[in-house]
Ligand binder design. Sequence first.
Ligand SMILES: *Cc1c(COP(=O)(O)O)cnc(C)c1O
Length: 378
Amino acid sequence: MLVPFRALDRQYRDLRKNLVAVFDRIGSSAGYIMGQGLEEFEARIAEYCETQYAVGVANGSDSMFLAMKALGIGPGDEVITCPNSFIATAWTIVAAGATPVFVDATDEYTIDTNGVAKAITPRTKAIIPVHLTGRPAAMDELKAIVAGTGIHLIEDAAQAIGARYKGARVGSLGICGSFSLHPLKSLNAMGDGGVITTNSKELWDKIKLLRNHGLKNRDECDVWGYNSRLDALQAAIVMEKMPFLDGWIERCRKIASFYRDELEGLVWVPRDKPHEFGIYHNFIIRTDQRDVLMDYLLQQGIETKVHYPIPIHLQKCAKDLGYSVGDFPVVETHARTIMSLPLYPELTDEEAALVTSKIKRFFAEKTGSKKVSADLSV
Ligand SMILES: *Cc1c(COP(=O)(O)O)cnc(C)c1O
């Protein structure tokens, strides 16, 4: 592969010395679960996300699940979200005992707030906007919709650490923000990890209990809990990477800007709105030539992916929810036309240029001219 879709080994190569030292430090400390290192990491994440509190948990799915549990969401409750997300956005609602209610997305992949307003019922307990691709959802519109209703906004910010909405960091915009530290996310552990950010002391306290068996101290337990802690080693690894995060985001934005300049007019390209600061976790283009273009690029040694080819409401596991083809036309059309280009901080200028030149060549060969593809907005 000339240009792999992701290249995690490059980050390890760059940070090897630091990470080996972290491993040695944690190994020698003999403190592998909980402890001061984890608390320092949580404080650092809270500071970065501009919230008062953060809790480390085992992964970015548990962070959503535990947030819902701590908010008392369960059987009989409805939670509104988008069907164009990673499956965890929905299964965690089901695992909490509640019912996912889907709403279509906008052309920018975030939840359509008009659809949200129509989907609210007396059973709605929360809305989970997903900051998909690292672009913040329309939080002010959502806040206006839930004002005075008691409905919670839980941000699925798994793909968006560092993104800003009207100047504010994602994770600080709802009752809580949920982040994943999975190796494929922008800030990552060498394994699974997750964090919840919040300004609610009550929620913070509850989630800290729930992630650690419900124990309030070594021996006493007031509530049934779970085992969903963030390992001291993973917390230390991510802590070591924190100073690099803003630089990585800048680099990703720079590559995104290059892709946009080079490809605009040939395919649909994402662009920040004036009030947004996206982190381009994924750079998703749209073209009705998607499948042939992906094959062509793969033959040229360029790996691309689809996020996501099967909308959640059309997955087999969602059958009992009763949705069918045609329910969410925007998401369903996108599923046929979207593709994600390789984009990560370690991607070189040469590699990015290879990606765009091959895409340009594809369209030149395909159409015999620089003909612009059809408008793919729905
Ligand atoms: C990755 C991801 C999750 C789940 O995170 P894990 O750490 O893999 O459990 C949830 N939502 C979205 C949008 C994601 O991209």
